[in-house]
Design a protein around this ligand. Structure first.
Ligand code: PLP
Length: 358
């Protein structure tokens, strides 16, 4: 069976060596040494100032909204995983959807600016598929209107633009380290900021708002465990290899698929990629469903990333006008892509797709 992704698992002995230490120390959570070591290594690897490791990428978004005091409208993308807009609604804010660019499927800065009003407090944009948003334009808009800029960078681990980690952009960037992502720690996530004051508060929020007997603020429990950090520490040294293997598979799909009948993202600037997803867009949802069925018959399971367009979900109250997202989401399919997917399987998948669409 071939799924859209497959979790990288380190050699069992490597993980066990860390687990041995957990047994010796008898500390399983509460900012233990492995959590601290993982944060340290992530900061080094990524070249970021603050990295606050949390239990998942969704709580990371919730804390980002909370710590920036966002309570009203947040302009966001309809073309992302549901965690992006769910976290806004969960925090009692209102998502306002700005349509995406038909080239790279990230939020369109012009559409964002057109939606800003006196209730707008933040932009929450996703670097969808690991392709960077137009970070300079969005920063200029946020600054001009004095609103906050948050990036859901769940897909962006290892991506660099302008020579620096994509996590360095915005007031806050968040990432997910879920097992399906390029870098993972079983479950997990992180919050990145260059602002010392914000980092201090986020650290408090992660752990009930208190340090010892001193209560600074309210907080939540967003801590992650030593077991999760251990997995992260095993996976991190392999990330470069994992990304490189993904790149080869990515390029093979590029060379094999019939581009007369398919669309793929058109990238706007040059950047260091992480090959997080391999999305293709079919001529219609009908064709997509036919391809999906043909692949499933062969035990191959791609995923409809990202469908449906979040602006069409029933718990969204504000009307939105996102024809590009509404048009592309039903036609989007992420093909299998992971570090040890056999090149022969990529050929087989490409052949089935080409045959079905021709
Ligand atoms: C995976 C993902 C998340 C959520 O991350 P979890 O760690 O699963 O909570 C958020 N946003 C996007 C765009 C994602 O792909």
């Amino acid at each position: 069976m071939i799924n859209v992704t497959k979790t990288y698992l380190p050699p069992l002995e490597e993980y066990q060596a860390y687990i041995q230490g957990i047994w010796e120390r008898n500390q399983l959570t509460n900012n233990g040494p492995l959590v601290q070591e993982l944060e340290h290594q992530l900061k080094e690897y990524l070249g970021v100032k603050h990295c606050i490791y949390v239990s998942n990428g969704t709580i990371a978004l919730q804390i980002a909204l909370k710590v920036l005091n966002i309570t009203k409208e947040v302009i966001t993308t309809p073309f992302s995983y549901c965690a992006t807009s769910h976290s806004i609604i969960w925090e009692n804010c209102t998502p306002i959807f700005a349509d995406i660019s038909a080239d790279d499927f990230c939020i369109d800065p012009e559409k964002v600016e057109a939606l800003i009003n006196e209730n707008t407090e933040a932009i929450l944009a996703t670097h969808v598929y690991g392709n960077p948003c137009e970070v300079d334009k969005l920063a200029a808009i946020a600054q001009k209107h004095n609103i906050k800029l948050i990036y859901d960078a769940a897909h962006a681990f290892g991506v660099k633009v302008q020579g620096t980690s994509l996590f360095n952009f915005g007031d806050i960037s968040t990432c997910s380290f879920h097992s399906t992502k390029v870098f993972h720690s079983t479950e997990g996530g992180a919050i990145f900021t260059n602002d010392d004051q914000l980092a201090y508060l986020i650290d408090s929020y992660r752990s009930f708002g208190h340090k010892g007997d001193t209560y600074n603020t309210i907080g939540i429990n967003a801590k992650n465990s030593e077991f999760h950090a251990a997995m992260g520490l095993c996976v991190l040294p392999k990330v470069i290899e994992i990304i490189d293997a993904r790149k080869k598979i990515f390029q093979l799909y590029d060379s094999l698929l019939n581009w007369d009948k398919l669309v793929k993202p058109v990238l706007k600037t040059s950047f260091e990629r992480n090959y997080a997803y391999y999305p293709v867009f079919f001529e219609s949802e009908e064709v997509l469903l036919a391809v999906k069925k043909a692949l499933e018959t062969e035990d191959i399971f791609p995923r409809r990333y990202f469908y449906p367009s979040l602006s069409t979900l029933k718990f969204v109250t504000e009307q939105s006008n996102c024809p590009i997202s509404d048009d592309f989401a039903p036609r989007a399919l992420a093909l299998p892509l992971y570090y040890d997917l056999a090149h022969a399987d990529v050929e087989r998948i490409s052949k089935i797709i080409n045959k079905t669409i021709s």
